[in-house]
Design a binder for this molecule. Sequence first.
Ligand code: PHE
Length: 350
Amino acid sequence: MAEPVDLARMTAELHALRDETLAAARAATDTAALEAMELEVLGKKGRLTAVLRGIGGLPAEDRPKVGAIANEVRIAVEGALAAAAQTLGSKELDARLAAERVDVTTPGRPIRRGSLHPINETIGAIAEVFAQFGFVVYEGPEVEDDTTNFRMLNIPPDHPARDLWDTLYVDLPEHLLRTHTSPGQIRVMHQERPPIRALLPGRCFRYEAVDASHASEFFQVEGLMVDEGTTMADLKGLLDQFAHAMFGADRATRFRPGYYPFTEPSVAFDILCVICDGAKCPACSRTGWMTILGAGMVHPVVLGYGGIDPERYQGFAFGMGVERIANLRHAVPDLRLYLENDQRFLGAFR
Ligand code: PHE
């Protein structure tokens, strides 16, 4: 048999439920626990409802009193849960904000920046100097025909001058890998009328045994000027200006006689060794000088092959080795480094 209910006992039970719930609400550590508590105490099948189930056993005059107390308990519990929810909620928000805070002082992730290949960078620097004298960049093909690479440059078949260029032939009659950028002179003359100021950078190929100073592929920059009244003095002045722009205004230069079938007269152009300053070190083969290019006045026969009247126009041409110049600019001791695609080497030029 159920225990008899009376007003005092029910009141005590309701107050006990209230006090217990208030204490639990204060002790709760997260809002999820508060939500569970609300269901457990105030829910339809909750503990408050359970206590009130006994109300029918009370005398009629006590029932409203118990109802009033139950209301007070409900209000107290609701208030306590709401207050605790507010405190815990703002604590949880603070914790989340702290955890997700963006630290604007953290160093950024580095962006890996690429860089130009030192040969391209050097070609750019060369072109920049000649652009100031009105030279425009052109390009010719790497697979060239024998006529343009040799014959129109005044080098007939079986002529001993061919020995100056150890040639790589391709599987196509009368074609080869260009041995120099000079065939570009012919192509520009066929394409343009004087005055011509052309710069022709490009990859060249020779059948060479590879070592620190020889490669079977390398770059040249060709220059061609054709106009009325063009002289050797113009060529010398221009090349001096170029050397001084590239290697410093006080770098000594010299012209030596040279030989090329397509220029007459021909010269070799030297700068005082940038390593030893004329003291004759191994880098300059103990001459004190470094040859950076070949040049000369365009042979009248070559002008004629180019479709230009040699009675009216004169021209000069020059051809420089880009690796040579890059070596001197960046103190690179071995040509092969330019071809190896080693990131440690390439990344050093930024
Ligand atoms: N083509 C020559 C070489 O490869 C260089 C050169 C170019 C010389 C233009 C004179 C004029 O050696």
